[in-house]
Design a protein around this ligand. Structure first.
Ligand SMILES: [Zn+2]
Length: 387
């Protein structure tokens, strides 16, 4: 029986090759057409509830696409394209800044500015310690001994005798001397708070970019991605405190630990609160913004404290200017995020470019960059002054 069936099957006429190709082509065409319909951008009202967030952005939504199409959509135009790219470019900017900081900033002591400030700095330095440091570290070549002689004549006994010593220091301390004593007086201080901030910024920008790209895949992915986004924002805000708090209060461990502990706890609490499902609903937009804004605003306390302690220090004022500018940029970002300006004035006109979330992203990158500049001022200040 089985053999008979096998023979019958074998004898059945096979379809002609041209017919098969036609069928195949037809199938390919059908599949392409289906994909075109399936992966077309949709309007707000056609979205599932979990993807509805901003009713003023009317069209150009991707909805429940497969991961492959979503990943490819990074290079196509839809209403999240600029949201993805603004923070992706921001991420690469901070990656470049981190590499720059790691390779160039250790030589933050600029010898030319150092020569101008040297007499002033030397006055504050423990000269007896410097002298013994020099004695133990300088190699005994004749030219170095000349430098030793210079130092010995000027420092430390005659240093306190007014103008004569100042003139002596000003005229004698040449670049080679500055070169030699700089590493002895100015030991680079720890960099970890600055790198923590750079890491926090990169994590926030990359998490946000990924969230905007992938969230439209499914409800589950959207839920995970939004949590990641909130965790990124909390990380950026918390780590933004590390350089100003650490470098302002590095000589006062009590306040240093108090402020760092407080902001780290607040950051973790914010991430935990964001895990509650209701937190991501559109009705909670104001609560979300307020929580992050409040977290950032608590930075006013250590900054005011720093100003009181170091009111006569130019670096304290300089960094505060950057911090105020950063606060304005973040504050403006939060305001734009909550009010959804400008799309609320002309719904549908800013779907692709110019809507509030894109402006918010640009303001966040600008704010973080301002903070980076402030961080460099702190490093230079503490490298030179120490505690
Ligand atoms: Zn975003």
């Amino acid at each position: 029986m089985g053999g008979e069936a096998e023979i019958k099957q074998h004898l059945q006429p096979k379809s002609l090759p041209s017919e098969t190709t036609e069928k195949k082509q037809h199938n390919v065409k059908r599949r392409r057409l289906w994909q075109k319909v399936k992966y077309q951008l949709v309007e707000y009202h056609a979205l599932p509830a979990y993807l509805r967030d901003n009713e003023y952005i009317i069209g150009h939504y991707r909805s429940e696409w497969p991961i492959k199409q979503i990943l490819l959509s990074i290079f196509t135009i839809h209403n999240e394209t600029l949201n993805v790219w603004t923070h992706l470019i921001g991420f690469f900017l901070f990656l470049a800044l981190t590499i720059y900081t790691a390779t160039k900033v250790p030589s933050v002591v600029d010898l030319h500015s150092l020569q101008d400030r040297l007499p002033d700095i030397l006055r504050k330095t423990d000269l007896h310690k410097l002298h013994s440091d020099l004695m133990s570290r300088l190699p005994s070549s004749p030219s170095k001994w000349h430098v030793m002689e210079l130092l010995y004549n000027c420092l430390p006994e005659r240093f306190y005798h007014g103008n004569y010593t100042d003139m002596c220091v000003l005229h004698s301390v040449k670049e080679d001397l500055a070169n030699m004593i700089a590493p002895l007086i100015f030991r680079p201080i720890t960099r970890w708070p600055f790198y923590a901030f750079l890491g926090g910024a990169m994590f926030c920008l990359l998490a946000s970019s990924t969230c905007h790209l992938l969230s439209c895949h499914s409800e589950r992915v959207s839920y995970i991605m939004l949590r990641l986004d909130y965790a990124g924002i909390a990380a950026l805000i918390a780590t933004s405190f590390y350089p100003p708090v650490y470098y302002s209060f590095m000589c006062d461990p009590f306040f240093c630990n108090l402020y760092l502990g407080f902001i780290t706890t607040l950051g973790i609490a914010t991430v935990l609160v964001s895990l509650i499902p209701v937190f991501q609903t559109p009705e909670f937009r104001v609560v979300r913004a307020s929580l992050f804004f409040g977290m950032g605003f608590s930075g006013a306390a250590p900054i005011l404290h720093k100003l009181i302690i170091f009111w006569d220090q130019p670096e304290a004022l300089h960094t505060t200017c950057y911090e105020v500018l950063m606060g304005l940029l973040y504050g403006l970002g939060a305001l734009v995020y909550v009010t959804r300006i400008p799309e609320r004035w002309m719904p549908g006109k800013f779907d692709i470019a110019g809507h509030s979330h894109q402006l918010f992203h640009v303001l966040v990158v600008a704010g973080a960059f301002t903070h980076y500049r402030a961080g460099l001022v702190y490093l230079k200040w503490r490298d030179i002054e120490g505690c």
